[in-house]
Ligand binder design. Structure first.
Ligand SMILES: [Fe+2]
Ligand SMILES: [Fe+2]
Length: 258
């Protein structure tokens, strides 16, 4: 039996939230997705509120993943303690609130989702995601295991993909917000892509108004980052899995845009 997993890139600001509300169900239907994971760390640009998390779940997500902006909105802290549907990276310091992985019941049996964060050119406080995920994968009995690697460096994401090849069903990257063209099944059967892309303003620098980003790089006095207006897009990847083996059969980009 086939089981289709839709993974959607970082939702940015109100335009990203609007896109999810208007388009996620349609994409779920069109792709025949059985299970949907959405990265929501930028719903408030820096962080996500409980209301935004509820909206993304209502729009059809089964699980929301987060990243370096997990706690940008402090009101999410209590919410994270009470829900299993929103994951922050599993390798954050042990005192971090919430959980980094869980197992969900589906028509194909148990599906585990693990959220991880990389360390290259990022915060140095998380634990080594490579050593941690090996321990987790050994102890999870679900046949289908999905791993998100929220990281800056393409090498760190690829290395994670190859290390887990044959041991999990899919590994996808987030955080850089630019979709990569390297969707593939790795040699031992793990579906892989270096970056899902993002959901939000199409004409933007990673979701942000270009002039604000340009000012930062020019060295001008800068304002607080705000999301761009105008046409929007939703970017993600569809992994078709074989439920008998947990291996990935096919990986496709499913980007849509105004
Ligand atoms: Fe992001
Ligand atoms: Fe990020």
């Amino acid at each position: 039996m086939e089981f289709k997993v839709l993974a959607i890139g970082d939702v940015v600001g109100n335009p990203g939230m609007e896109r999810v509300r208007r388009k996620l169900r349609q994409m779920k239907r069109n792709t025949g997705a059985d299970f949907v994971v959405v990265n929501g760390e930028n719903a408030s640009v820096v962080g996500i509120t409980p209301d935004q998390a509820e909206d993304i779940l209502d729009a059809g997500a089964d699980v929301i993943t987060l990243g370096n902006h997990s706690f940008g909105k402090r009101e999410i802290v209590n919410y994270l303690e009470d829900t299993s549907r929103v994951l922050r990276p599993a390798n954050l310091a042990p005192q971090a609130p919430g959980r980094g992985w869980d197992v969900y019941e589906t028509r194909a049996g148990d599906v585990a989702v693990i959220d991880l964060i990389g360390r290259c050119n990022m915060d140095y406080t998380p634990d080594n995601p490579f050593l941690l995920v090996e321990k987790l994968v050994k102890n999870i009995s679900a046949r289908i295991i999905l791993v998100e690697m929220h990281a800056e460096a393409t090498s760190e994401k690829l290395a994670m993909g190859y290390m887990l090849d044959g041991r999990v069903s899919a590994v996808w990257g987030t955080h850089t917000h630019v979709p990569t063209a390297d969707t593939r099944v790795l040699p031992k059967g793990t579906g892989y892509v270096t970056d899902l892309g993002m959901t939000g303003p199409r004409d933007s620098v990673l979701g942000i108004r270009p002039e604000l980003s340009i000012a930062r790089f020019r060295g001008d006095l800068t304002e607080r980052y705000r999301w761009a207006e105008g046409p929007a897009k939703m970017e993600g990847v569809l992994f078709t899995l074989d439920t008998a083996t947990g291996k990935c059969l096919k990986v496709q980009r499913v980007d849509e845009s105004d």
